[in-house]
Design a protein around this ligand. Structure first.
Ligand code: NZQ
Ligand code: ZN
Length: 401
């Protein structure tokens, strides 16, 4: 087991109707005047926004509002939010929504105390040291941003989608009521579940070898979330299944599943190859949901690299699908690994996710543009289990059409 630092400082308030408690919870963090950030309208339609506002009112926490965060949030609104937060002199940023709203809120929270342009943090010109406190009411389990040290923002002018990382902006508070997710369209539930599984896989397929405690946690969460996803497909208001998915999303990305698997203490485990490849797709095509892109890219990446570490893939096959090779031959290994990858893809497709990039309206002629920005973001080679050249990346993209 490699050395690690694990820090998950978020206060999780998890369960029925806890959104109505957000006022007292943020007041306990010292908030008096918050910036309330939300997305394209789901929180208005579901009545959640009214509940949050009523709760803030009753706790005497005043607020300014920033609406309209789109999926794959864009830099322009972040800059607008920073200006508003400064004028209003807010002392906390409260995100009500999913990963996009939380990431927009994070970027505002660390953009406010910074003198330069917030994009500096995404172009490696600055690292986050100061940040307003962040709280969230989560409405979709997916990105894991409610507890993660990551923030991902798109810059449409440059066709770039980039992340920055720091423990400084892990949210202080996450209010998580699984009932808020009953209204999710199946497609969003499925995209979220895919992202959750991928966050675990990115860490599982690091080059650290076996770390039994972490690997068992990882495979156990994947199995639990797969069962729960199947249950909510049939019954969208299955509370326990929704709760399982919601808590899994947090544990998938708060780094619990990476303990002992990172190359160095304080680093994130894994090479994040599928995320690297997918982010170029949703950067160039913001209408593509991150999880939907991953549903295609993750199996394609697995098929391309598994032979670099068959033992690791056999551990995945056994831990998630209880499959072992029929015999110790190369063929036996290939059959077991291929079965596991095929099963994973069948599961994603069964939830309503695309099987191929063409199903997302994408074309092989788009690949050159993705490779151009991938090279800008990652250099000539990236990844860990099997470092990928740009030729490898091209081959994986093309194999996914
Ligand atoms: O905008 P509204 O109207 O609220 O609708 C949203 C949005 O269209 C809808 N939705 C959310 N909760 C709902 C709901 N609809 C009905 N009922 C509800 N309860 O769902 C849609 C997707 O929301 P979004 O926030 O975009 O989803 P997600 O949480 O998957 O976030 C995706 C973003 O997070 C980034 C992705 O790249 C993408 O930009 N990621 C962030 C990470 C992080 N910060 O740690 C890690 C991830 O790997 C990921 O890269
Ligand atoms: Zn993700």
């Amino acid at each position: 087991m490699n050395d690690f630092v694990f820090q998950s400082p978020t206060r999780f308030v998890f369960g029925r109707d806890f959104a109505d408690r957000v006022g007292e919870e943020v007041a306990a963090l010292g908030a008096q005047h918050a910036l309330l950030v939300y997305g394209g309208g789901s929180v208005v339609r579901t009545g959640l926004l009214d509940r949050v506002e009523a709760s803030l009112d009753s706790a005497d926490v005043t607020y300014a509002e920033l609406a309209g965060v789109r999926p794959n949030p864009e830099l322009g609104l972040v800059r607008k939010g920073i200006d508003l937060a400064r004028v209003e002199k807010v002392d906390l940023v409260l995100a009500v929504g999913g990963g996009s709203v939380i990431d927009c809120s994070k970027a505002i929270a660390f953009g406010v105390p910074y003198q330069g342009d917030v994009w500096d943090f995404f172009s490696c010109k600055a690292s986050v040291r100061e940040c307003l406190p962040i709280a969230c009411v989560l409405t979709i389990p997916a990105a894991g941003s409610e507890a993660s040290a990551s923030c991902v923002i798109s810059n449409d002018a440059l066709s770039l989608k980039r992340g920055t990382s720091s423990d400084a902006f892990r949210p202080r508070l996450a209010i998580m009521d699984p009932r808020l997710t009953f209204t999710l369209p199946q497609y969003q539930t499925a995209a979220g579940v895919t992202d959750i599984i991928c966050h675990i896989c990115e860490r599982f397929f690091s080059s650290a070898g076996a770390v039994p405690v972490t690997d068992n946690i990882a495979c156990g969460i994947i199995r639990a979330v797969m069962d729960a996803a199947t249950a909510v497909t049939e019954k969208p208001d299955d509370y326990d299944a929704r709760a399982t998915i919601m808590w899994s999303g947090t544990l998938a990305h708060n780094d619990l599943c990476g303990c002992g698997r990172a190359a160095a203490a304080g680093k994130r485990a894994g090479g994040w190859e599928s995320h690297g490849l997918e982010h170029e797709i949703s950067a160039h095509h913001p209408e593509v949901a991150h999880g939907a892109g991953l549903a295609v890219i993750l199996p394609a990446w697995m098929r391309y690299v598994w032979h670099a570490d068959p033992t690791r893939f056999l551990a995945f096959a056994k831990g998630v699908f209880d499959v072992e090779p029929m015999d110790k031959t190369d063929e036996g290994t290939q059959d077991a690994v291929t079965y596991a990858i095929d099963e994973l893809q069948r599961f994603f497709v069964g939830l309503g996710m695309p099987r191929a990039l063409a199903d997302l309206g994408l074309s092989p002629t788009d690949v050159d543009a993705w490779l151009g920005t991938l090279r800008q973001n990652k250099g000539e080679r990236f990844g860990e289990l099997m470092p990928l050249t740009m030729d490898d990346a091209r081959a994986i993209y093309l194999s996914a059409f």
